[in-house]
Design a protein around this ligand. Structure first.
Ligand SMILES: Cc1ncc(COP(=O)(O)O)c(C=O)c1O
Length: 428
């Protein structure tokens, strides 16, 4: 598979692709929002951990000391990815869904009757645990819904901060939202949203508001900055950011006292480890240390900021032709679900449905790809069940949307190939 040539001093895609062993097959991975390919260096570190330091950490013997150091290095590197103040604000676990559930459990003793929780209909990971907490404690749940922004396409919906602010009352306790939609592809301006939430909360006398942000669909595409955002909790999955199958939770130091320990009763209750029920996957922590150096190596500046600027620029070259093609098929009944325009406000996660006089089921579009072979895309609700279920006119929730999602290692040629197959699928 030929790689695109960088148009400027940005990403060297051929060099990048060489670092992902799975890409050598030429298979076109177009389901990256489900999970990215893993760096060769992360694979090497998995093996290295298991061969050279595979024992219980925390003991005094030399191999255990190495294991301890490696596991902590994983946390330190992931803290840098969040731009947290330090590793004492970060814990790793198997999935983001599990970590937010643990978080909600740890917060449970601190909520009070009458507290209100605001969630979105986006991926259930940062909604379900709050719904369950509300049900257990009899709290009020409010949903921040997206609204259409193009009269000609009811599926082109987006979240507007103006619709969130009226939901804030003196009793608001948690505001939980997604930094980037895994369906719509649109980025929520986290810093602005959090600033507005905190301003309005203060005006209305809500002095216990905490903000929980799901960065799972954001972290592969943009630099996270939990300090600038002033969020209390943030989660992302390493397996979508070129690492092993694990996830990480950020807890702002000032938010720690609001959490009770869910760990064993004799373990410290003051540190972030109180959220760590059992150890992390040790080899996964060590494999995670491949991610930050890789990202820093992407540009001469050697910073995560520069890396994500370059990633965002390259990704625009991928999303532009795909959106352009889909917009051009409006007469055929293609409706983009989410942001229809390219630009830095969206990532290359593109969803659509085919409606009108000759509708095509999402499954049937994906079937055409599967019959051809060599390309992986997917259909469904992608666990953003409430969002997909709320779209009007209503969609069959199980058929959901067709989703094509690229990351920076994808090439313009791959996008062109995907468009060729789409053309065949839409000719039916
Ligand atoms: C936006 C978003 N949040 C959360 C998740 C869940 O991540 P995990 O599988 O680590 O629980 C996903 C997975 O697709 C996602 O896209």
């Amino acid at each position: 598979m030929a790689a695109s040539t960088p148009a400027n001093d940005a990403l060297d895609i051929a060099k990048i692709r060489a670092q992902f062993p799975a890409l050598a097959s030429g298979f076109i991975f177009g389901d990256n929002a489900g999970g990215s390919q893993i760096l060769g260096d992360a694979i090497d570190r998995l093996r290295d951990y298991l061969v050279n330091s595979n024992c219980q950490l925390g003991a005094t013997y030399s191999v255990s000391a190495l294991s301890t150091q490696r596991v902590l290095e994983g946390v330190r590197d992931v803290a840098a990815l969040f731009n947290a103040k330090g590793p004492e604000e970060v814990t790793l676990g198997y999935t983001s869904s599990l970590l937010v559930e643990n978080l909600a459990r740890a917060l449970e003793p601190d909520v009070q009757p009458g507290d209100e929780l605001v969630i979105t209909g986006e991926h259930e990971a940062n909604a379900g645990p709050w719904k369950k907490l509300a049900a257990r404690k009899g709290l009020t749940l409010k949903v921040w819904h997206p609204v259409p922004n193009n009269p000609e396409n009811p599926y082109s919906v987006a979240l507007r901060v103006d619709d969130l602010l009226p939901l804030i009352t003196p009793r608001t306790r948690i505001v939980a939202f997604t930094a980037c939609s895994n369906i719509l592809g649109s980025i929520v301006p986290v810093q602005d949203v959090v600033a507005a939430v905190r301003r309005v909360a203060k005006e209305r006398g809500a002095d216990r508001v905490q903000v929980s942000v799901d960065c799972v669909a954001y972290a592969p595409h943009r630099r996270m900055d939990v300090q600038a955002w002033v969020v209390d909790f943030c989660v992302f999955s390493l397996y979508k950011v070129y690492g092993p199958h694990a996830a990480a939770l950020y807890i702002r130091a000032s938010a720690l006292p609001s959490l009770s320990s869910i760990a064993h009763h004799f373990l410290p209750t003051s540190a972030v480890s109180k959220l760590q029920l059992g150890g992390p996957g040790y080899e996964l922590n060590w494999a995670a240390t491949a991610i930050a150096p890789y990202l820093r190596s992407l540009t001469p500046a050697g910073t995560l900021e520069a890396a994500f600027d370059a990633v965002a620029a390259h990704e625009q070259t991928l999303v532009r032709p795909l959106l352009g093609y889909l917009r051009g098929k409006a007469a055929r009944g293609v409706r983009i679900v989410g942001e229809e325009r390219e630009g830095l406000g969206r990532v290359p996660t593109v969803s659509f449905v085919v409606v009108g006089e000759h509708p095509v089921r999402s499954k049937d579009i994906v079937d055409v790809f599967d019959r051809k072979g060599g390309i992986g895309i997917r259909y469904g609700h992608f666990y953003a069940y409430t969002l997909v279920d709320s779209l009007q006119p209503k969609l069959d929730i199980d058929d959901g949307v067709v989703r094509i999602s690229f990351v920076h290692y994808n090439t313009v040629q791959e996008v062109e190939r995907v468009i060729e197959v789409l053309e065949e699928a839409l000719a039916t």
